[in-house]
Design a protein around this ligand. Structure first.
Ligand code: UDP
Ligand code: MG
Length: 321
């Protein structure tokens, strides 16, 4: 390659979590490597995080470090989940720009040079937005849209809609992200929290090249709960108002009953209204306790101050001089 000696090369890190992606790895390197090589004036590294895979993912990744000198493999001690795996990769990345990327090539590698050129225009964060997500099921698109609506309505930090984790962050933005101490890491929210000068590009999200999604309906529901409880306390505070309203209503009703009893005497029947009120209030109280439980649970986990992930081993070819 012809490089001008006057221009210092920038390093770009691709951070890729792998959880049982054996079927994707071959295609992954075949498609990503040529794209990275085409980026001018840049050295690229790929930080692959093995998130406790039980198939041949680790063996294949270690093999890749022998073939490609710029591939680093961070092997975690077990499956910590995508958010933790990404955090491990971002911590290990040394690039001037860091790009989280999925192993299944749902994010097209061809968009990477576009992210880089926007960054070179002077933006600290470049978000890749999905212009269309036809490849996701109807149910997933619908529930995702609902999640963004609810989340953004009740929390101060707005998450850009239709943006996944695929984005570019400058070194400065990455250092800011690393300062956030929380243990349960809802990355989309943390990415948004740090702020910085942000631009976005559009791309079409593709189907997985192989294998199947690691996020079932239940896992996605929990993920959404995680997002909302990480960035909003409205679900906690709303009980104050609901309780207040119920109390006011109860007082008015009591006053009505007193007047009615004084005027018309004692009225014995009333089982239906009593049981309805008891059951309804009982239900409302249980929901309230459940919501408090969500937050107390988070506090419990955070106070233990456990690390976000544990690295078992790092595999890397010695940098050729
Ligand atoms: N992933 C991970 N740990 C997990 C689940 C997923 O590292 O516990 C990785 C997975 O290997 C992939 C990325 O996260 O690189 C996105 O996962 P997936 O494609 O299953 O999610 P989807 O695109 O369906 O939302
Ligand atoms: Mg995927």
């Amino acid at each position: 390659m012809m490089d001008s000696p006057l221009i210092a090369k920038e390093t770009i890190s691709l951070v890729v979590p792998f959880f049982n992606e054996a079927a994707c790895i071959g295609t992954f390197f075949e498609e990503v490597m040529p794209v990275l090589e085409r980026i001018e004036n840049a050295e690229c590294e790929i930080v692959c995080v093995n998130d406790g895979s039980t198939d041949t993912t680790l063996e294949q990744l270690v093999e890749a470090t022998r073939v490609y000198p710029r591939v680093k493999v961070v092997d975690l001690s077990r499956n910590f989940g995508k958010e933790a795996a990404m955090t491990a990769g971002i911590d290990a990345a040394i690039g001037d720009a860091v790009i989280p990327f999925d192993a299944d090539l749902q994010d097209p590698p061809e968009a990477i040079p576009d992210l880089v050129s926007k960054w070179r225009e002077g933006f600290d964060v470049v978000i890749a937005r999905r212009s269309e997500r036809q490849t996701d099921t109807y149910a997933k698109r619908g529930t995702a849209a609902m999640f963004y609506r609810v989340h953004n309505a009740i929390s101060d930090i707005k998450i850009p809609e239709n943006a996944g984790d695929f984005r570019l962050m400058s070194r400065q933005a990455v250092e800011a992200l690393k300062q956030l101490p929380e243990n349960r890491r809802f990355m989309k929210g943390l990415f948004a929290w740090i702020g910085f000068k942000t631009a976005s590009i559009e791309y079409a999200r593709k189907p997985r090249v192989a294998g199947k999604t690691k996020f079932s309906g239940w896992k996605l529901w929990n993920f959404a709960m995680e997002g909302i409880t990480s960035f909003s306390t409205l679900p906690l505070r709303v009980w104050t108002y609901l309780g207040g309203l119920t109390a006011v209503f109860a007082l008015i009703y009591a006053a009505y009953l007193i007047v009615k009893t004084t005027v018309h005497g004692v009225d014995v029947p009333g089982y239906a209204s009593t049981i309805t009120a008891v059951l309804f209030l009982g239900g409302v109280q249980l929901i309230g306790i459940g919501v408090i439980g969500e937050y107390v649970g988070r506090m419990y986990v955070e106070t233990k101050r456990r690390p976000v992930y544990i690295v078992r081993k790092v595999y890397q070819q010695d940098a050729p001089q």
